[in-house]
Write a protein that binds this ligand. Structure first.
Ligand code: ZN
Length: 396
């Protein structure tokens, strides 16, 4: 603790060491203990000192306090630190409400009691009131902080610890008004609001992340279960005692495939408008609604029909796939493409143009929320076909 006193008091005015005669002739007393001081102008840092042997713990602190208050009161100005929230939370950004500002004051009061606290300075600018604490060696403690927070009056603390090598009013004024500002808010409602908002963002995002994780897990488990089932089915079919049964099934299978082939042929030869009519009827949507599901897709002309015609066919494929039951939630790109190639006379302007177009349209359906990409060119069906008509209601 420095026993040097930066400013001396004479007839209730503060003086700096070089502002009065040197030595005992200075006529100043200690602002804290009120005993006579000696001006030491020839010291490397001019200062005031108590008489030898005298002990005064608070002389330094009290003098800086008083001087800072005097400067603020005389200038009728105070610098307000930037009102900002520095986020330490994931997902929640830092924010600045107002930059550092110089506030012109209408009223300055020193050390008046406000309820159960006595702030160093109380200032008013128009309707705004602020508490200003000056910290030299002692900072605002927890008790005072919580009292200030309860009062909900904006309060700041100016840190003057760096005032130690040049005991002049000019040096102190520089710290208060010109040097990088070592001050912080003890309470500011805007910062509280920004912190609360950040917390909300953090919690919402955290929950969303958790939900995503659980959805991801559920899908993975469902797939695992289905993969196991299909393996079992394959194993069952591979068993030798089923070979005869399989052979007997061959003809009905071949018959079914023949019927399927005919169906595709009948569809393929229809004019585009008729194809579209059938598709939207199948989907239970209007022409206008179909427009909402369609998009311009590069190489879409590979199918030799307008975009909404072949795209409605992709939707029909997904709907039929869903009705099939087994693995109904899964949409396989290759299967869909094979189906499209049977339903249309493909004349791709570039190699695999139909493949690129089908893939891009499935990705477009993902952007609409209908599909979600899983892996290995497979998508999960997120919105069932019976709910598609509600996605774009006819009135909209
Ligand atoms: Zn003293």
């Amino acid at each position: 603790m420095s026993l040097r006193v930066p400013f001396g008091l004479r007839e209730s005015t503060l003086y700096e060491p070089n502002g009065v005669p040197n030595g005992k002739a200075c006529g100043c007393i200690c602002p804290s203990c009120k005993r006579p001081l000696v001006a030491k102008q020839r010291a490397s840092t001019p200062h005031f000192a108590h008489a030898p042997g005298e002990d005064c713990a608070k002389g330094f602190e009290t003098a800086v306090h008083l001087a800072a208050k005097q400067i603020i009161a005389e200038r009728k100005e105070v610098r307000l630190p930037a009102v900002e929230y520095r986020s330490t939370l994931q997902y929640a950004p830092s924010k600045v409400h107002t930059a550092e500002t110089l506030l012109c004051l209408d009223e300055v009061e020193l050390e008046v009691w406000m309820g159960s606290i006595r702030p160093d300075i109380w200032v008013r600018a128009g309707d705004e009131r602020y508490l200003v604490e000056i910290a030299v060696t002692h900072f605002v403690d927890e008790v005072k902080t919580s009292k200030i927070r309860e009062m909900r009056i904006p309060a700041l603390e100016i840190d003057l610890q760096s005032f130690k090598d040049n005991f002049t009013f000019a040096a102190l004024e520089k710290l208060l008004f010109n040097a990088p500002y070592t001050a912080k808010w003890i309470f500011n409602q805007h910062i509280e609001d920004m912190a609360a908002e950040a917390m909300q963002i953090y919690e919402l995002t955290e929950h969303a992340q958790e939900d995503m994780f659980h959805i991801g897990m559920a899908e993975a488990m469902q797939l695992h279960e289905l993969a196991k089932q299909s393996e079992e089915k394959l194993a069952e079919l591979a068993r030798p005692n089923n070979a005869i049964a399989r052979k007997n099934e061959e003809s009905p299978t071949a018959k079914a495939e023949g019927e399927r082939s005919q169906k595709f042929h009948r569809y393929r030869v229809l004019p585009p408008t008729e194809k579209l009519e059938r598709n939207i009827h199948e989907l239970g949507i209007s022409h206008a609604q179909m427009k909402k599901f369609s998009a311009f897709i590069p190489w879409g002309d590979s199918f030799g029909v307008p975009q909404d015609v072949w795209q409605s066919a992709v939707l029909v494929y997904i709907a039929k796939n869903e009705q099939r039951g087994y693995l109904s939630y899964e949409v396989q790109f290759q299967e869909c493409l094979a189906w499209m190639r049977r339903a249309f006379n493909v004349h791709a302007p570039v190699p695999d143009g139909d493949s690129v177009a089908t893939w891009k349209y499935l990705k477009h359906l993902e952007s609409l929320g209908i599909l979600k990409y899983l892996w290995n060119k497979k998508f999960a069906l997120k919105i069932k076909s019976r709910n598609w008509p509600q996605m774009f209601p006819p009135t909209a």
